[in-house]
Design a protein around this ligand. Structure first.
Ligand code: 5GP
Ligand code: ZN
Length: 118
């Protein structure tokens, strides 16, 4: 069920414009409005799930699908190779840097990532 206040629900519904790179019946992938790398795509469930704390056993297939779509997006972006590569990030809570309360998987690539993350 869409959340009326949620920006990502609006993006999924096409009510707010975004650069969608992949969409199916359960997930949507679109470019981050404030990219932190040459490739920065967000993979989100179409259904509103606020945070990682709201994931249940019934969402296990969905979460696995989000991972697969992330690798598919990386392939589309030509970074799914050992010499390129990318990073997948899920933020939670204040220390994690979570801002938007609709679960989203960051796909970051196109430059060398630092470790540990800042
Ligand atoms: P978080 O810190 O919550 O993990 O990341 C939220 C991400 O959503 C940020 O990278 C931010 O730039 C992105 N974002 C926030 N609002 C919008 C928007 O309206 N459109 C798009 N495409 N990305 C957004
Ligand atoms: Zn939402």
């Amino acid at each position: 069920m869409a959340n009326q206040e949620c920006i990502f629900c609006k993006i999924v519904a096409g009510e707010v414009p975004s650069d969608i790179v992949y969409q199916d019946e359960s997930v949507t992938a679109f470019r981050d409005i404030n990219p932190q790398a040459p490739v920065h795509v967000l993979v989100v469930p179409n259904r509103h799930i606020a945070t990682l704390a709201d994931i249940t056993a019934e969402d296990e297939l969905l979460l696995g699908h989000m991972l697969r779509v992330a690798t598919q997006v990386a392939e589309q972006e030509k970074i799914h190779t050992p010499d390129r590569g990318y990073r997948l990030v899920l933020n939670y809570g204040q220390d994690g840097g979570l801002l938007v309360h609709h679960v989203h998987l960051h796909v970051l690539g196109g430059r060398r990532m630092g470790w540990p993350p800042g």
